[in-house]
Every structure is written in structure tokens, then in C-alpha cells.
Design a protein around this ligand. Structure first.
Ligand SMILES: Nc1ncnc2c1ncn2[C@@H]1O[C@H](COP(=O)(O)OP(=O)(O)O)[C@@H](O)[C@H]1O
Ligand SMILES: [Mg+2]
Length: 344
């Protein structure tokens, strides 16, 4: 497989954001972010609910006007009129912007018309996209009757109708079935291999890990870190992560109870970081070898058995937790509650 060297000097910058700020009243939703997306890469904004991902993508795609900062695409400044860059970009919002009463085919043709495509050209392109996304059988059904996964796929197809060089997607796999999500990830990888630059937001760490060449962690409207996936993971590779499964014979043992052990654990094992791993499990992070016997004894003294200890390969999740201080599990929980009650 041929892979472009992302680090090569002279690589064209597809998206350049400098000092972007967006305020809503007293809230600074995006508090000055800077980043470059190189041509041909998949760049991911990864962060929890309310971090400023949608606001950032809205500024880049002309749906929100920045209060400060500049935006350039492929070397040209578009800050005050991002709409002028429409021919360069495809936009896939978190909630579909398509027409419920139109069929899938008509929706795509209508979008093509908005980009000035001719009749036969847009019909051919619509058919091609319906095929690619596995929606050919539903081409003449109303969009309103599509499943969530089908709706998302058609929304992506609509964003691609004019063969944009840069594709923006806001949480492309949130709230849809697993099979559609996998299909979308494969399609995005394929598009990127064919040369499309992809900017996406996600709160799924595994998704960022699977899809993105480079990742920006965004928290509270600020970028906590921006780097290649390889570099981010290398940072934690010297770490040992041990997951401990715990059980107590009489009473239940959940994260709440475990929290009470955190303070004493840190005192007893300085240099080891402990965190909840969901349910009755704990993770220990250390750069040294971890002697298990004292840990087992620590829990025995408190009436708890260590039933299993296994070494975990450090992942992007560990980097994320360390850099942002946000547990991945907490991020998922928050998202499920959602600001808009799920959407469609
Ligand atoms: N139109 C708006 N009016 C007021 N506040 C907003 C608006 N849009 C977003 N916000 C606030 O800005 C912050 C960032 O939101 P958003 O960009 O939607 O985050 P994300 O997409 O990462 O979940 C949140 O605190 C949110 O409540
Ligand atoms: Mg959002």
C-alpha cells in the first residue's frame, strides 16, 4: 500500500486555523485554537461533549462566524467569507440537513444542482454514490423513512456530490448502528486513500485511533495536544498498565466504593497512578515494574480479593486520560445523555 509521507516538507496545508475564537454570550465555546491539516490526511478533533468540536467545524464551514482568528484553505484566506470555499469542501453535519420528503436520489440531485452541476452529470454522480454507500435499493424511497444509519450515509453522499477536496464530518458515526458505522469508517478510509483530506470530530477514542493520522484533543474550547497517532502512542509506550479485577464476597463492589480506596492507594504506592476501569476494575499506570504482592495485600486488608491482573497495551485512551484528565468512560456517559437528547 502506497502511503504518502505526512511529514515531508512542502506538504500543502489544506486547512489552516489560527487563533479561532467563538463566544456565545459569556461562554467561550472555542477559546483560541491553532492547527494545520495537511493535504491528504485524516485529522480528528477528539473531545467530550461541549468541548467546542461542532462550533469549530461550523466556523470552518461557514455556519458560524468566528469572533477572532483566521481560516485558510489550500493557502488562501477565507476568514470573512468561508462560503466562497464551498466548491472545495463537503460538509456532513451532526444532524442531517437533507429534505425528508424527497427520495434519496432526488436529495442527491438537488444538492448537485446547488453546486451548479448539470442534470445528467448530477444524476450519474447520484447513482454512483448510492451504489458506493449501499443505498441503491432505497434510491427512490423517501429520506424520512430511512433508518438512522441510512440517513447518515446519504448525508455523507450528499457532502461528496461535487467531489470536494476536503470533507468535514461532525461525529460521523454517533447514534447509528454498528454495521453502518463500520461501513462509514471503511468508506472514509477509501476516500482518503483516493486523495480526499478529511477533518472529523468524534468522542470515540477507538474511532480516532482507527481512522486518524493526526489527532487534536479538545477540552473546554482549547486544544490540549495535537500530534500524529504514532507520536501520541509512543509517549505512553514506556508505561506499564496493569488492570486489576477485584471482588468482595459479601457486598457489591462498584466504582463508588473503589473511589474510597484511591487516596490510601496513592499513599501506599507513590509513583503508581490508579484509575477506575469501570465496574470492579482498577488500572495501575507505572513506569517501573509493579510488584503485585503488596497490592494484593493492600486489598486483602480491606476485605477485597484481587481475582485477576493483566497487562494492557497502552492505547490512545491512556494518552487521552493523561493529557486531558478526563476518563474515557465519563466521556461516553456524558455523550449518551447528549445535549439534544440524541437527535436523528
Ligand atoms: N448556539 C449556541 N448558543 C449558546 N451556546 C452554545 C451554542 N452552541 C454551542 N454552545 C456552547 O458552546 C460549547 C461548545 O459546544 P459544541 O461546539 O457544540 O461542543 P461539542 O460539539 O464538542 O459537543 C458548549 O458549552 C455549548 O453549550
Ligand atoms: Mg458536537
Amino acid at each position: 500500500m502506497l502511503r504518502v509521507d505526512r511529514e515531508a516538507p512542502g506538504d500543502m496545508v489544506a486547512i489552516e486555523a489560527r487563533g479561532l475564537v467563538k463566544r456565545f454570550g459569556d461562554i467561550e465555546a472555542v477559546a483560541g485554537v491553532d492547527f494545520d491539516v495537511r493535504e491528504g490526511e485524516v485529522f480528528g478533533f477528539l473531545g467530550p461533549n461541549g468541548a467546542g468540536k461542532t462550533t469549530t467545524i461550523n466556523m470552518l464551514t461557514g455556519l458560524a462566524r468566528p469572533d477572532a482568528g483566521t481560516i485558510r484553505f489550500l493557502g488562501r484566506e477565507y476568514t470573512s467569507d468561508v462560503k466562497k470555499a464551498q466548491h472545495l469542501m463537503g460538509v456532513v453535519p451532526d444532524e442531517s440537513n437533507l429534505w425528508p420528503e424527497l427520495s434519496g436520489f432526488d436529495n442527491l440531485c438537488f444538492c448537485g444542482a446547488l453546486y451548479g452541476m448539470r442534470g445528467h452529470e448530477r444524476a450519474a454522480r447520484a447513482r454512483e454514490l448510492l451504489d458506493t454507500f449501499g443505498l441503491a435499493d432505497a434510491a427512490h424511497r423517501k429520506f424520512a423513512g430511512y433508518s438512522r444509519g441510512m440517513k447518515r450515509k446519504l448525508t455523507i453522499a450528499a457532502g461528496l456530490i461535487h467531489r470536494p477536496q476536503i470533507l468535514f464530518l461532525d461525529e460521523p458515526t454517533t447514534g447509528i448502528d454498528v454495521a453502518s458505522a463500520r461501513q462509514i469508517r471503511q468508506l472514509l478510509s477509501g476516500l482518503n486513500k483516493a486523495g480526499t483530506t478529511v477533518f472529523l470530530t468524534t468522542h470515540y477514542i477507538e474511532e480516532a485511533e482507527r481512522l486518524c493520522d493526526r489527532i487534536a484533543f479538545i477540552v473546554g474550547g482549547k486544544l490540549a495536544q495535537v500530534d500524529t497517532l504514532a507520536h501520541l502512542i509512543r509517549d505512553v509506550q514506556g508505561q506499564r498498565v496493569i488492570e486489576l479485577a477485584l471482588s468482595r464476597a459479601l457486598e457489591g463492589l462498584g466504582p463508588q466504593v473503589l473511589m474510597e480506596f484511591m487516596g490510601p492507594l496513592r499513599e501506599a504506592f507513590p509513583g503508581v497512578e490508579f484509575e477506575s476501569a469501570g465496574g470492579a476494575a482498577l488500572r495501575a499506570h507505572t513506569r517501573e515494574t509493579l510488584a503485585l504482592a503488596p497490592v494484593v495485600r493492600f486489598f486483602e486488608d480491606r476485605g477485597v480479593d484481587v481475582t485477576e491482573a493483566k497487562a494492557i497495551r497502552p492505547s490512545l485512551e491512556d494518552v487521552f486520560v493523561r493529557v486531558t484528565g478526563i476518563a474515557a468512560e465519563q466521556m461516553r456517559r456524558e455523550k449518551e445523555r447528549g445535549p439534544k437528547g440524541g437527535g436523528s
